[in-house]
Design a protein around this ligand. Structure first.
Ligand code: ASP
Length: 439
C-alpha cells in the first residue's frame, strides 16, 4: 500500500503553500502506508536557473548576485516554514546547495560554455532546494521522513534536457533506495524532473517533467495510486473561462485524456503518466488549495458516466472542401499535417479541418488551395469527448442542441472518443456552451 504524491511549482511556491503541502502529506501519512512525495521547484525557479545557466557562459554576468537571489528566496521560505528546531539545518542545506550551484556556474563562466549537460545540472537545483525545505518541515513536525536523491533512483539515457528513463534500472534502484523506507512507514521526499545517466551525470526529463517522475516512481514501486497535486480541482468538463458551468470530471479514461490533450484542453500531458497507465495505477488530479475537492481520477480502463465527459474548442481553424483527391492532396502536405484536426470524405468529396493558430498557418492553407478547385472557409471546431462520442444518438443530441446555429459539419466515427462539430467562428462559444449541456 504505497501512494505517490506529486506537488507542482505553485504548490511549493511559498512558505504558506508549502505548509499546505506539509499538512496534506501528514494527513495522508496517517491514512495510508508508505508515501513518496515528488516535488517540483518553487514556481519560477527552474526558469531563473536556466536563465542563470545561459548567462553564466557570458562574460560580465554577476553569478554571485543571481545565486544570492535564489538563496534569499529559499532562506525566507525556510524561516517562515520550518519550525525552529530544524530551521538552522534547513538554512544550512539551502546555503550548501546554492554554494554548489554558484561554484558550478562560475566554472561555466571560466569555460565560457553552457552545454545541455550543464543546463541540466543547474536546473536540477530547483527541485533539490524545494525538497530539502519540505523534508525539514515534515521532520520538524514529527513526520518520519527521509530525503532520497532522484539521481539515485531515476536512471536515464544521456539525452540531456529530454532524457528517456530506463525502467528496469529505475525499478531496481527504487527497490533499494525507496521501498525499504516505505516498508518502515517512512515518508520519502524526492525531486521531480531529475535523474542521472549511466555515468552518474544529472539529467532532466524535459520541462514539466515532475509528473513523469511521479508516474515512473509509482510504476517502479507498484504504487496503489498516484496523486498529482496542482492548483486546479481536476480535469474540467470545459474551459471555465468560456463555459462558466464547467466542473471537474469525476473520472476519465486515459484514452479520453489523450484526446482532450490533443484537441486543445489544458490537461496534464498524457504521455507523462503513461507508465502509470501501463501498470494500471490510477492517477488522481487534486487541488492543493482546496484538498477537500474530490478531483479527477484517470484510469486505464474506459469509464462511463454519460455519453460525453467534456467539450473543448479549437480555433481558429480552416475547413477545406471539394474533390476527394484534392482535399487528400492538401491534407497530406507535410507542413499542414501536424495541424490537421480531422478529415472526412466520400468517394467524390472531402473536407479537411486544419487548425490555424496564427496568420502563417492560415496563409499556408491558402497557398495550398491556390490553383485547385477547393474552397476554404474560416471556422471553429467544438470537440465533444466521451465514451459514446461516436454513437448515433449522441450525434442526434448534438444536432438538436445546435438546431439554431449554422453547423458546417459533424464528423463522427473518426475517433472512438471524440466527435468534431464544425461551426462558424462567430458561433464558437455559443456552440461550446450549448454542447456542454450534454456533458
Ligand atoms: N521544475 C520543472 C519545470 O519547471 C519540472 C516541473 O515542475 O515539472 O519544468
Amino acid at each position: 500500500m504505497s501512494v505517490v504524491l506529486k506537488f507542482g511549482g505553485t504548490s511549493v511556491a511559498s512558505a504558506a503553500t508549502l505548509e499546505q503541502v506539509r499538512t496534506i502529506v501528514a494527513q495522508e501519512h496517517d491514512l495510508s502506508g508508505g508515501l513518496v512525495c515528488v516535488v517540483s521547484a518553487t514556481a519560477g525557479t527552474t526558469n531563473a536557473l536556466l536563465q542563470l545557466a545561459h548567462a553564466s557562459a557570458l562574460p560580465g554576468t554577476d553569478v554571485a548576485a543571481q545565486c544570492e537571489a535564489i538563496r534569499a528566496r529559499h532562506l525566507t521560505i525556510a524561516d517562515e516554514l520550518v519550525p525552529v528546531s530544524h530551521r538552522a539545518s534547513a538554512r544550512e542545506c539551502v546555503t550548501t546547495l546554492v554554494a554548489e550551484l554558484q561554484r558550478y556556474c562560475e566554472s561555466m563562466r571560466t569555460l565560457e560554455e553552457c552545454t545541455p549537460a550543464s543546463l541540466d545540472a543547474v536546473a536540477s537545483m530547483g527541485e533539490r532546494l524545494s525538497s530539502t525545505l519540505l523534508s525539514h518541515a515534515l521532520q520538524a513536525t514529527g513526520v518520519d521522513c527521509v530525503e532520497v536523491r532522484a539521481t539515485n533512483v531515476i536512471h536515464t539515457d544521456s539525452t540531456f534536457m529530454q532524457a528517456k528513463v530506463d525502467p528496469v534500472r529505475t525499478h531496481d534502484a527504487a527497490s533499494s533506495f525507496i521501498v525499504p523506507h516505505l516498508t518502515a512507514n517512512r515518508v520519502v521526499v524526492t525531486q521531480g524532473f531529475t535523474g542521472s545517466d549511466a555515468e552518474g551525470r544529472t539529467t532532466t526529463l524535459g520541462r514539466g517533467g515532475s509528473d513523469a517522475s511521479a508516474a515512473i516512481i509509482g510504476a517502479a514501486i507498484g504504487a496503489t495510486r498516484i496523486e498529482i497535486w496542482t492548483d486546479v480541482s481536476g480535469v474540467f468538463s470545459a474551459d471555465p473561462r468560456l463555459v462558466p458551468s464547467a466542473r471537474p470530471i469525476a473520472s476519465l479514461s486515459f484514452a479520453e485524456i489523450r484526446e482532450l490533450a490533443l484537441y486543445g484542453a489544458k490537461v496534464l500531458h498524457p504521455d507523462t503518466i503513461l507508465p502509470a497507465v501501463e501498470h494500471d495505477i490510477p492517477v488522481l488530479v487534486k487541488n492543493t488549495f482546496t484538498p477537500a475537492d474530490p478531483g479527477t481520477v484517470i484510469l486505464a480502463q474506459p469509464v462511463s458516466h454519460g455519453a460525453l465527459h467534456a467539450v473543448s474548442l479549437m480555433r481558429p481553424c480552416c475547413v477545406v472542401s471539394g474533390s476527394h483527391d484534392e482535399v487528400q492532396g492538401v491534407a497530406s502536405l507535410d507542413h499542414l499535417r501536424t495541424h490537421l484536426l480531422v478529415t472526412g470524405s466520400s468517394r467524390e468529396h472531402g473536407i479537411a479541418v486544419i487548425h490555424t493558430p496564427d496568420a502563417k498557418h492560415a496563409t499556408d492553407v491558402a497557398v495550398a488551395v491556390t490553383g485547385t478547385t477547393l474552397t476554404m472557409e474560416q471556422c471553429a471546431v467544438v470537440i465533444c469527448t466521451g465514451p459514446d462520442a461516436s454513437r448515433v444518438d449522441t450525434t442526434a443530441n448534438i444536432v438538436s442542441k445546435l438546431a439554431h446555429l449554422d453547423v458546417h459539419g459533424i464528423l463522427t466515427g473518426v475517433s472512438p472518443y471524440s466527435c468534431f462539430v464544425v461551426v462558424a467562428e462567430a458561433d464558437a462559444v455559443e456552440a461550446l456552451q450549448c454542447l456542454h449541456q450534454l456533458v
